[in-house]
Ligand binder design. Structure first.
Ligand code: FAD
Ligand code: SF4
Length: 507
């Protein structure tokens, strides 16, 4: 009973569960379809990445002797269902469909209707590229009042054995985050990431994306990500050798003109399947065991993958679809137009957005403490901000984007993911970067025409949401500071914030 094995654009892994016991009579399908290319206003680099990686993956499967159907974008197939129907109609011996579960709720729901629509069995297998299964996450979450990442992470350390000794966590502590908060001096030379020059297949896709998606964010012609597992692994090993030793120390730092700092860029490859999360963590654990990287760097990195990455995926599947409609703080202001082009005088925001538009990438602190923090302080529409994050990053897929944006950055889930809102005034940005030295606004001022917008917006946010947030134990100190301020100053701050909120486009 030969099956049609459908492989989605973020499932480009040779060890994929749907491919595991593939038979010579089975046939494989990969399809570049309009619905997937347009459900979000995807950055051009993301489209090049997925299409080119799919084409390379299809070629590798053919080399293994498998029969592969590849539907390219030019064939104008509207949806994955239509692609499956087309191949089944032309190949009547195929009497079932097999695939690995979709990572996003939207697509998984559509696929759950396929057995009825197609009238044949559709075998959906678990995606065991993730280390924590849905069942395991549900078990961990059940009965807990709070679903904090730190406790989940400890379970995952025990489960994987990564950085564990018979006596407990390596070095005696679970978490070295406190050692990972240094700013990075402007003259420190940081090694650059390893890039991949486009080959013929990628060049063809770049031309296609420039032609068909030229109005989307970014410029396809500057694409330099790896598009094969082999090149992604080489880029990652380069990171481990050259950049990981500094990763812990400068993990939270930002620097004018520096888009990547010492971050790994590995989400781009993990999320489409070119890299395996377990393999990446093992490389890092091994580098620590061979004394090539400090424990704080290795632990900091592994925590991001087996902790944060697995945790947000678990949370997404636990709480969807209701999670997507949450808006705890009632945020609804339109997104200023400069989120799409970086044309704001705020140097920190201009840099984060400019990097995003150029590279379909910005690092975590830029996403959280610049573009996210500003959106939270200004009460920008949760839906519009989530749409923005889903569109502009090469690593953006809803299972990981939504909990990070709605939960971590915007506190719209009311504290499921974060124990308090991630808010910061200009003071924090100035401490962790040198942006303020290049900014026309004055980070030391909170009121007045030239004052850093983050300052008044910070206090106004706290005042505006006092009813919802004042009971939060972790905000007591800050609310105490607010209450001790002279009422005249409080009023000036709120007036400055009201002006800023009324003139967001002009900042
Ligand atoms: P590194 O700093 O080198 O970290 C290593 C890896 O750890 C990342 O590649 C990623 O796989 C994992 N990781 C770290 N933090 C997180 C996290 N909070 N959630 C999930 N995985 C994490 N990550 C995405 O992969 N896709 C997204 O669409 C996405 N959207 C985000 C939106 C917002 C508002 C915020 C605050 C964060 C978002 N993140 C997202 C998480 C994180 O910012 C990125 O994973 C990271 O910046 C990717 O760059 P890197 O690979 O260089 O990361
Ligand atoms: Fe950003 Fe304010 Fe610093 Fe300007 S002064 S870079 S707006 S934090």
């Amino acid at each position: 009973m030969p099956a049609l094995v459908l492989i989605l654009g973020d499932q480009l892994s040779p060890a994929l569960s749907a491919l595991r016991d593939i038979d010579q009579d089975d046939e494989v399908l990969l399809a570049e379809v309009a619905a997937e290319a347009t459900y979000s206003w995807h950055h051009q680099h993301k489209l090049v990445l997925i299409f080119s990686a799919m084409r390379h993956f299809a070629a590798a499967l053919r080399q293994q002797g498998l029969q592969v159907h590849y539907i390219d974008y030019g064939q104008q197939i509207p949806s994955l269902l239509a692609a499956v129907q087309q191949v089944l109609a032309a190949n009547p011996t195929l009497d079932r469909v097999r695939l690995t579960e979709a990572a996003e709720y939207r697509l998984a729901s559509e696929i759950s209707q396929w057995p009825a629509t197609l009238g044949i069995p559709v075998d959906v297998r678990e995606d065991d590229r993730f280390i924590c299964s849905h069942a395991m996450f549900r078990r961990w979450a059940s009965g807990r009042n709070q679903l904090r990442m730190e406790y989940f992470y400890r379970e995952m350390r025990r489960y994987t054995g990564l950085l564990m000794t018979p006596a407990g966590p390596a070095g005696g502590r679970w978490n070295y985050d406190a050692d990972n908060r240094s700013a990075c001096p402007a003259d420190t030379v940081l090694p650059a990431p390893q890039w991949t020059e486009p080959d013929d297949i990628t060049s063809e896709v770049i031309a296609l994306v420039s032609r068909e998606f030229g109005t989307h964010p970014g410029d396809a012609r500057t694409f330099r990500f790896a598009v094969t597992g082999k090149d992604a692994r080489a880029a990652f090993l380069h990171f481990v050798r050259e950049r990981l030793p500094l990763f812990g120390r400068y993990q939270d730092a930002m620097r004018d003109g520096d888009a990547f700092m010492v971050h790994s860029l590995v989400s781009v490859y993990l999320n489409c399947g070119l890299l395996d999360a377990r393999w990446a963590c093992l490389q890092v654990a091994q580098a620590y065991e061979q004394n090539q990287v400090p424990l704080a760097a290795a632990e900091g990195f592994i925590r991001q993958i087996i902790g944060w990455r697995e945790y947000v995926r678990g949370l997404y599947w636990l709480l969807m679809p209701e999670y997507k409609s949450r808006n705890f703080l009632g945020a609804s202001r339109p997104l200023p137009g400069w989120y799409w082009n970086g044309q704001t005088r705020m140097r920190c925001m201009a840099q984060a957005i400019d990097h995003t538009m150029q590279h379909a990438y910005s690092h975590h602190i830029q996403r959280l403490m610049l573009t996210g923090n500003f959106a939270l302080l200004a009460g920008l529409s949760v839906e519009a901000v989530c749409d923005w994050y889903l569109a502009v990053y090469a690593d953006a897929f809803e299972w990981v984007e939504l909990p990070n944006t709605l939960g971590m950055a915007l506190f719209a889930d009311g504290g499921v993911l974060a124990s308090k809102p991630y808010i910061a005034s200009g003071n924090y940005i100035n401490k962790m970067s040198n942006y303020c030295q290049h900014c026309p606004y004055d980070v030391k001022q909170s009121t007045g025409e030239n004052a850093c917008p983050f300052n008044a917006l910070y206090w106004d946010f706290l005042a505006r949401h006092q009813e919802q947030l004042a009971g939060n134990a972790r905000l007591q100190l800050i609310y105490g500071q607010w209450q001790r301020k002279d009422p005249a100053l409080q009023q000036q701050l709120r007036e400055r914030a009201a002006w800023l909120l009324g003139h967001l486009e002009q900042l």
